[in-house]
Design a protein around this ligand. Structure first.
Ligand code: CP3
Length: 347
């Protein structure tokens, strides 16, 4: 089998057309997702192998992306490590234990992915067969230690990061211990995903952008870098993509992460993008809320994103963050058509 186009781009090679996939491509904007989701809770869906496989395939069957991301959540390994959690309507994840002291750390149990989240390997094995028959590359993923720690410290989503920053600045040793545990958990979890068939790994540091450059370097970068380094050493052929949300001020820091590719959000200015060394593949970066606009706007904005990255050797079209549940499907179709029809100028 020839190399899949998504992998070519992520390894920095020029491609004949621009490959694409979308963060949160499986989800509530799809009626076929909602139909399955109405029969079980979110956490049940992540553990139900046949349902999770079906939900992962749904966006591909509609839009034919070049990447198929497994359906799960960045919090899945935490549930496997002894932190019960559920998703509350309109509120997001609720963790039933929080970590704010040395004693609390005991809640985070020893984690062995093949024992504690075997269903993730089963989902990936089934999806890999589908991907090899159909063509897309299989994407596995996990959360970066800083973002995972923020959920454990806050007990769920937060706007202010009060408790998280209270720990960074008041109990830095405790934070370091927690982040190191999460680094080990992530290496183990992502290695299992690769062994089960993931061909690409994306690390989500969704909240890294709430830190200054200096604090990002101190509290977030060392841990995601360690994961990337370890995966590269164990699985040199697997490209790792690093996504950091709201990170326009962090492009220089991200350029030294060791990741094969960076996933950029829409706030990164073109001048910053040009500063990223050419050996790093790029992915992004349309504002997902552009998809609330008219078809003409979607088409224009998609084209302008494609043009911005046209001269990069390894480029993957994506959104700058996940698709929102209220996104009209026709607009996703327009975006997909625009990417497919786009003619690259190089030959
Ligand atoms: O299609 C895909 O991208 C794969 C599936 C995927 C989900 N979550 C499914 C999901 C992936 C890659 C994630 C990652 C994830 N989860 C991140 C990183 C990406 C990002 O958005 O920054 C984060 C921060 C989480 C944590 C999380 N999960 C939150 C904050 C929420 C609630 C917010 C919301 O959208 O409701 C979730 C729930 C979640 N994860 C849903 C889906 C489809 C919606 C839940 C539902 O069906 O009720």
């Amino acid at each position: 089998m020839s190399k899949k186009i998504l992998i070519q781009a992520l390894q920095g090679e020029r491609t004949d057309r621009v490959p694409f996939w979308y963060m949160r491509q499986a989800g509530r904007y799809l009626p076929e997702y909602n139909r399955i989701r109405s029969q079980m809770t979110f956490m049940e869906l992540t553990r139900n192998v046949s349902a999770a496989v079906e939900v992962s395939q749904q966006p591909y069957l509609r839009f034919g992306m070049d990447g198929l991301i497994m359906f799960s959540d960045i919090l899945t390994p935490l549930s496997g490590a002894g932190i019960p959690l559920h998703f509350a309507e309109k509120k997001g994840p609720v963790l039933e234990k929080v970590i704010r002291s040395n004693e609390d750390l005991a809640a985070l149990q020893e984690f062995e992915a093949t024992r504690d989240t075997p269903y993730v390997a089963d989902i990936l094995q089934k999806l890999r067969q589908f991907c090899d028959a159909e063509g897309p590359a299989l994407i596995g993923f996990g959360g970066a230690p800083f973002t995972l720690a923020s959920y454990l410290i806050e007990g769920g989503s937060t706007r202010s990061f009060d408790e998280c920053k209270r720990m960074l600045f008041g109990q830095a040793d405790l934070y370091r211990t927690l982040a190191l545990r999460l680094t080990e958990i992530s290496i183990n979890y992502l290695s299992m995903q690769i062994q089960a068939g993931a061909e690409v790994i994306q690390i989500f540091d969704s909240w890294g952008g709430v830190l200054s450059v200096e604090h990002y370097q101190k509290f977030a970068a060392p841990y995601s870098q360690k994961i990337i380094e370890k995966l590269k050493e164990k699985y040199p052929k697997i490209p790792v993509i690093l996504f950091v949300g709201n990170a326009a001020h962090l492009t220089a820091a991200l350029s030294s992460s060791g990741a094969a590719a960076l996933s950029l959000d829409w706030r990164v200015p073109a001048a910053e993008i040009r500063q990223i060394p050419p050996g790093i593949a790029l992915q992004g970066n349309l504002d997902p809320l552009v998809l609330y606009g008219s078809q003409t706007t979607v088409q224009q904005e998609t084209r302008s994103t494609l043009t911005r990255f046209e001269n990069r050797p390894g480029y993957v079209f994506n959104l700058g963050h996940g698709i929102h549940p209220a996104t009209p499907i026709e607009n996703v179709e327009t975006m997909v058509r625009t990417v497919r029809d786009y003619k690259l100028n190089h030959s």
